[in-house]
Design a protein around this ligand. Structure first.
Ligand code: SF4
Length: 384
């Protein structure tokens, strides 16, 4: 199959706002449950090992109108919180038996409580991720938190989850994450062979499909990309930073590229690509997942790790990939992203790396203004 066809199928699936593919999975697996995972990172292995489908509930993008959710929240809150509520208020999340949220920010925390109160029959889980990675108690704490979550999912699934079940799920997700890392490295080394809009659709398909199917899609996609022949264009090479939770519309990603950028790396759908290397699939699985969260995961504005500076990670990434610039692309009202921006800005200025700051909202429809802004930035670099 041609890559264009694979991408088109993925894009159609991920832009459909009613999770039809999750309903289809449940029909094909009578009695099995599905759990919606709000960004950023969820230990999906614990859900999968219980025979359930973990699927990303990552807002409504620009595919839905907000008609009801506005009345549930204050005005100055990010779009993903409202659109996720809208998805549920309009019945689009009815395929889900549970939802999981995490301690990423106040709106995310409050959304979990709003879901719990509005949907008493829904299994709402809240994972308290550690805020202090340097404490000697962190590993034991997080492994214990994951064991608690596993027990909760055993009750939801109505079955016992053995360590071997989690090992198998870890191994499967390791293979999928390795394929996504391969996809990202093809894009950073040969960005003319794979656009970021395409890469995004391929990765996002895995937030809805079972990992067994996503693995096959990624294998086919990588083979098809490597058969492609296209010539590099005269574009600047950038890294996009800041859209780790709420996701920009695919058209916005395409507009940045069309304005003259090759995006070598980004933090889109970060939680689904969270680990930089494989999670051990032997021994105590809770310790393996907890150690990996602490020591094998990417830096992020929602992960508090005072052992490593996020700004140093960003500068190192720019240097490693030989990027020309950084685009700081933050969701409106996203506190973790906006709090980190001044730090990134200072570090980039000190390192003399040009950057452009942009804000987006899910419900954007018109991209001309942002494209013009990026074009101006690109021209200022190409003709400097
Ligand atoms: S977009 Fe930002 S503020 Fe909103 S839920 Fe996500 S991390 Fe929190």
């Amino acid at each position: 199959m041609q890559i264009e066809e694979i991408v088109a199928r993925c894009r159609e699936m991920v832009e459909e706002p009613s999770f039809v593919v999750v309903e289809q999975w449940k029909t094909a697996h009578p009695g099995a449950k599905a759990v919606g995972c709000f960004p950023v990172y969820s230990p999906v292995e614990l859900i999968h090992a219980a025979g359930m489908l973990p699927a990303g509930v990552i807002g409504g993008s620009n595919q839905i109108e907000i008609a009801y959710a506005d009345s549930r929240f204050q005005s100055f809150v990010c779009s993903i919180v409202k659109s996720t509520m809208e998805l549920s208020l309009t019945g689009r999340l009815k395929a889900f038996d549970g939802m999981v949220f995490h301690s990423i920010c106040d709106p995310g925390r409050n959304l979990a409580a709003v879901f719990k109160r509005n949907y008493p029959d829904l299994a709402v889980e809240y994972i308290h991720l550690p805020q202090n990675m340097a404490s000697p108690a962190t590993l034991e704490y997080l492994a214990g938190e994951y064991a608690r979550v596993k027990s909760s999912y055993e009750r939801l699934a109505g079955r016992t989850v053995r360590d071997e079940d989690i090992h198998q799920s870890i191994s499967l997700y390791n293979r999928v994450r390795a394929l996504m890392r391969r996809l990202y490295s093809i894009r950073s080394e040969t960005p003319h062979l794979l656009s970021t809009a395409e890469c995004y659709a391929l990765v996002k398909a895995g937030t809805r499909l079972p990992p067994e199917e996503h693995e096959l899609i990624l294998q086919d996609a990588i083979a098809a990309i490597l058969r492609r022949s296209s010539r590099p264009k005269d574009r600047i090479k950038v890294i996009v930073q800041g859209a780790f939770c709420e996701q920009p519309p695919i058209e916005l990603i395409a507009a940045i590229e069309e304005a003259g950028c090759y995006i070598l790396d980004d933090d889109f759908l970060l939680g689904w690509r969270w680990f930089l290397e494989d999670v051990p699939d032997t021994g105590d699985p809770f310790v393996a997942l907890a150690q990996s969260y602490m020591n094998r995961s990417t830096y992020s504005s929602v992960k508090h790790d005072l052992r490593h500076s996020k700004t140093a990670h960003l500068i190192e990434k720019v240097r490693q990939l030989n990027a020309d610039a950084v685009i700081c692309l933050s969701a409106k009202f996203c506190e973790p992203a906006l709090f980190d921006y001044p730090l990134f800005r200072l570090a980039l200025e000190k390192a003399e790396i040009p950057h452009l700051a942009l804000e987006f909202e899910e419900k954007m429809w018109i991209f001309d203004a942002i494209q013009t802004e990026v074009e101006t930035f690109v021209e200022s670099m190409l003709f400097d």
